[in-house]
Design a protein around this ligand. Structure first.
Ligand code: 13P
Ligand code: SF4
Length: 317
């Protein structure tokens, strides 16, 4: 199935007929982003999922995101065009592993990144995304231990920003972002000395970027550690003519739309998330024609997880 104008018209027609809202993450294929009602980062999409009044949400993203939409809107039908679209980061901790970790630190506050399963969220005190992780941890009593999971690079960023010593970090990672390494970034930054660096905190190279700034190799104000939504805002505000982008390459589409005058270049142009790309034009068409794959979360798990997700939404970004 090619993403032609006829395809887009058919998708819009079916979405209207089903009274469905189409949400797409910033890493989706450009054609999927362009046909959606809303495109955004995981926090923005969670908020929209909680607010829209359509009967159905079709979540073009990965499974934990669709699950989060279902947790927030249990009465709506939530579809994901391909239920196999998982996430290597969400897979890096399961509920049993978290139970064991909590037993070691019974008084700690558990902060989980939204890239986790509903079951893990159910064992969590407060969720966060890349755009509000620092604020979430900063909101916690400084005397309480914090268990932060599952991303080690985001955890290191939060630890640096909050200056807390009592934060324990799970050693998980996203294989796509971990693969964007410091050597590539250093090389690109040296070749483009006037460019801004937009870096997602899940990247292995985030530490290198701050190191480069510390060494004076890149001016401090050119290194920006941002969520995918934060990158769009920064693109509209920066005076730079060129931006080096360290995140999944689907992001370039929204950035180029938001700031057509800027030359955006991927730090690693092979950083493509295979799970996000499972949401193909054919899969979306099938989802709307056949009403699948429906996302289910057991009501007791959803109820426990909802508290932690709602606390995250209340803190904002
Ligand atoms: P954002 O929260 O920045 O949208 O990131 C989600 C994600 O999956 C990053 O890999
Ligand atoms: Fe998960 Fe990484 Fe893909 Fe984001 S880019 S969905 S963290 S595997």
């Amino acid at each position: 199935v090619e993403p032609t104008q006829e395809w887009a018209d058919e998708i819009r027609r079916l979405a209207r007929a089903r009274n469905a809202t189409l949400l797409a993450h910033n890493y989706e294929l450009p054609a999927i982003q362009d046909v959606a009602d809303h495109v955004g980062d995981s926090l923005a999409l969670s908020r929209i999922a909680a607010e829209v009044d359509s009967d159905e949400i079709v979540f073009c993203g990965v499974h934990f995101m669709a699950e989060t939409a279902k947790i927030l809107s249990p009465d709506k039908r939530v579809l994901i065009p391909d239920a196999r679209a998982g996430c290597s980061l969400a897979d890096s901790i399961n509920a049993d592993q978290l139970r064991e970790w909590k037993a070691e630190f019974p008084d700690a506050v558990v902060v989980s990144y939204v890239n986790t399963t509903a079951e893990v969220k159910g064992l969590t005190d407060i969720c966060c995304t890349s755009s509000n992780a620092v604020d979430v941890v900063a909101s916690i009593d400084p005397d309480r231990d914090v268990l932060f999971l599952p991303d080690q690079f985001l955890g290191a960023h939060v630890k640096r920003e909050t200056g807390r010593d009592n934060i324990h970090i799970w050693a998980g990672e996203c294989h796509v972002h971990a693969g964007i390494n410091g050597d590539e970034l250093t090389e690109k930054a040296a070749a483009h000395p006037d460019a801004d660096l937009f870096i997602h905190p899940e990247c292995g190279c985030a530490t290198s970027a701050l190191y480069l700034a510390g060494e004076g190799a890149v001016p401090d104000n050119r290194v920006k550690i941002l969520s995918t939504g934060g990158m769009i805002d920064a693109a509209r505000e920066t005076g730079a003519k060129q931006v080096l982008v360290a995140t999944e390459i689907g992001m370039l589409h929204q950035l180029r739309k938001a700031a057509p005058g800027i030359d955006f270049q991927a730090v690693n142009d092979r950083a493509s998330c295979p799970y996000m790309k499972m949401i193909t034009p054919a899969a979306l068409l099938r989802a709307l024609r056949e009403g699948r794959d429906e996302v289910h979360v057991a009501p007791d798990v959803a109820a426990r997880a909802r508290t932690s997700v709602e606390r995250m939404i209340a803190i904002g970004n």
